[in-house]
Design a protein around this ligand. Structure first.
Ligand code: C5P
Length: 243
């Protein structure tokens, strides 16, 4: 049997050609990186957890009408997704100041923001994914004004849904990053949520204790990352089974 063709390899995932035109298989690796790959470790089982958690979030989003690339989970580490044309931006939504926002603006981590704040970052490893303004995005043609409006709307809908789901299990959604792709449907196109949504791309703090249950555990050497992700999966009732 011919080996399937790899389309793209990122830091934490691999994309393979899918079984049907317009589909891809997304494979979740155990590789865990921070600081644009400066810190790198294999954390056994992380890919399995993120595959499950991303499935859980994406299917939840689809159930409230937020379009995503997720089609179905295939096995412990792989899911079938729709192929899209990726917009070269990361959309970050923040509810509480943390991370790069706190550093850049001198706002203490943990400060509740008056409303969700959306930021755009250019996906470019050589430049360390710099923050960009809407004017930059339009001027340099990374997206159109309509795309920007749609990305803001998607970001806010994902935030509402994810904040509620996490609050239900005693976790505060501090911030998160999504990536968005252009899906073509005949003569029409629309923007859909792509990539993954997992504790790799969110900040999740326990409501009672403030304990971090996300990738900051790895970035800041705060303890055992897979225990933190397992705790999130347990609370959400999505512990991986063997299959
Ligand atoms: O580092 P920063 O504070 O800008 O991150 C904001 C949010 O976006 C965090 O939840 C972080 O995990 C996520 N993020 C990501 N991938 C990046 C940059 C940030 O998932 N390349």
């Amino acid at each position: 049997m011919a080996r399937r063709r790899m389309v793209y390899e990122g830091k934490a995932k691999i994309l393979y050609e899918g079984p049907e035109p317009g589909t891809l298989i997304q494979f979740f690796k155990d590789d865990t990186t921070a600081g644009n790959g400066e810190k790198h470790e294999l954390i056994e089982g992380k890919g399995v957890l993120n595959n499950r958690l991303s499935e859980h979030f994406m299917t939840g989003l689809a159930s409230i009408g937020v379009p995503t690339h997720f089609i179905k989970r295939l096995n412990m580490r792989e899911q079938l997704v729709r192929a899209v044309e990726m917009i070269p931006l990361e959309v970050v939504v923040r509810n509480v100041a943390a991370g790069s926002m706190s550093k850049r603006l001198g706002i203490e981590e943990g400060t509740q923001l008056p409303r969700p704040i959306i930021e755009f970052y250019l996906k470019n490893d050589d430049l360390n994914d710099p923050i960009v303004s809407e004017e930059h995005i339009i001027a340099f043609g990374w997206a159109t004004q309509q795309d920007l409006d749609d990305m803001v709307s998607l970001g806010l809908r994902v935030n509402d849904f994810m904040s509620g789901m996490m609050m239900g299990v005693g976790i505060k959604l501090i911030d998160f990053k999504i990536e968005i792709g252009r899906a073509f449907e005949g003569d029409f196109q629309r923007l859909i949520v792509a990539d993954e949504i997992s504790p790799d791309s969110c900040r999740l703090w326990d409501v009672e204790t403030g304990q971090k249950l996300d990738k900051d555990v790895f970035r800041r050497d705060l303890g055992n990352l897979s225990e933190a992700y397992t705790e999130v999966a347990k609370r959400l009732g999505v512990m991986p089974r063997q299959n």
